[in-house]
Design a protein around this ligand. Structure first.
Ligand SMILES: [Zn+2]
Length: 327
């Protein structure tokens, strides 16, 4: 219960005040990277509003019937929506509106939480807009997004925007060490995700460890400009990367390595994510120019975009290999 309020203390203070003074607005947009605590904070607000034991210390009890129903997503006056597949469809928004028109199942106070709100279809967004324009009773909307730039201006203008800041890398590494990861595990996974629980999960996953090793093998070929890097995609890499999530991890890991190399060309003091290979990375950085490294990072960012289209991952990786060995 206390973690989110420690993780985002200023947002906790803000909402404690709003709840205490009963000045909650109609719609808030929680905006920030994945793992910044948007959903946890939304659930905290839910409990703060519904827990009868919400205390002077500005904490819900976390144990009562209301708190438990919120934890198990069974509080009828709180509606949570997340994308159905790749998008939030108009039927989901319609359903939400119907639920809310049933004038407060148990109380007057109602709350809805929409995750990844940028994934709303145009129709769903229009439908939501109408809802936001015609507030009805004690309704509060918490819209969550990690891609604010993809939201319609009409939605943005109807919400109070709450930015969720992220903590510095060094702090997140220490937190992961406190959760039992080694420094080398922590320094890599803290760069993969801002979500501490997800980072711990990754570090412990055998498939991820295997992916990291395979990826390192690929990187060594790339760094040597060895044309085997092309064949390696099929013989090794595609055996370790099997779905959209791991394809993205492949590119993310390479981006992490090449960013470290770029930083190492400017300063000897940089501690790379792949701590166990620090000496090797420093040697490689000595042999590369920042212009080359920047070009490689650009092509990796383009590859990451391509992964979101229908192009087959193997083709994208082979193309990356061909391009990097010739830079
Ligand atoms: Zn409670």
């Amino acid at each position: 219960m206390s973690t989110i309020t420690e993780k985002q203390p200023s947002i906790h203070r803000l909402f404690s005040k709003l709840i205490e003074n009963q000045t909650l607005q109609h719609a808030y947009l929680f905006e920030g990277v994945a793992g910044a605590g948007k959903k946890e904070m939304a659930l905290w607000v839910a409990k703060a509003l519904f827990c009868p034991h919400y205390s002077e210390e500005q904490q819900p009890c976390g144990k009562c019937h209301q708190c438990q129903r919120i934890d198990t997503h069974q509080q009828p006056d709180i509606i949570e929506i997340e994308p159905d597949g790749l998008s939030i469809k108009v039927a989901q928004v319609r359903e939400l509106k119907e639920e809310f028109s049933k004038s407060g199942v148990e109380s007057k106070r109602k709350l809805f939480i929409i995750e990844d709100v940028e994934k709303m279809t145009q129709n769903a967004a229009n439908s939501l807009l109408k809802f936001l324009e015609e507030p009805d009773g004690d309704v509060t909307a918490l819209l969550l997004t990690s891609a604010k730039q993809r939201l319609l201006p009409t939605i943005l203008s109807r919400c109070q925007i709450v930015h969720f800041p992220v903590r510095p890398l060094s702090e997140r590494i220490v937190e992961l060490e406190n959760r039992g990861l080694t420094l080398s595990q922590a320094s890599l996974t803290a760069r993969m995700t801002h979500d501490a629980a997800k980072a711990v999960e990754l570090a412990q996953e055998e498939a991820f460890q295997n992916l990291v090793q395979t990826l390192w093998g690929w990187f060594k070929l790339l760094a040597k400009r060895d044309e085997q890097a092309f064949v390696y995609v099929q013989t090794d890499l595609m055996g370790a990367a099997k779905d959209r999530e791991t394809y993205h991890q492949v590119v993310d890991l390479l981006i992490i390595i090449y960013r470290d190399l770029l930083n190492l060309t400017y300063s000897e003091q940089v501690q790379p994510a792949f701590l166990n290979h620090e000496a090797e990375l420093k040697k490689i950085a000595d042999q590369m120019s920042s212009r080359q490294l920047t070009a490689i990072l650009e092509l990796l960012l383009a590859a990451k975009k391509k992964l979101n289209s229908n192009v087959a991952a193997q083709g994208i990786f082979e193309d990356v290999a061909l391009q990097i060995v010739s830079i």
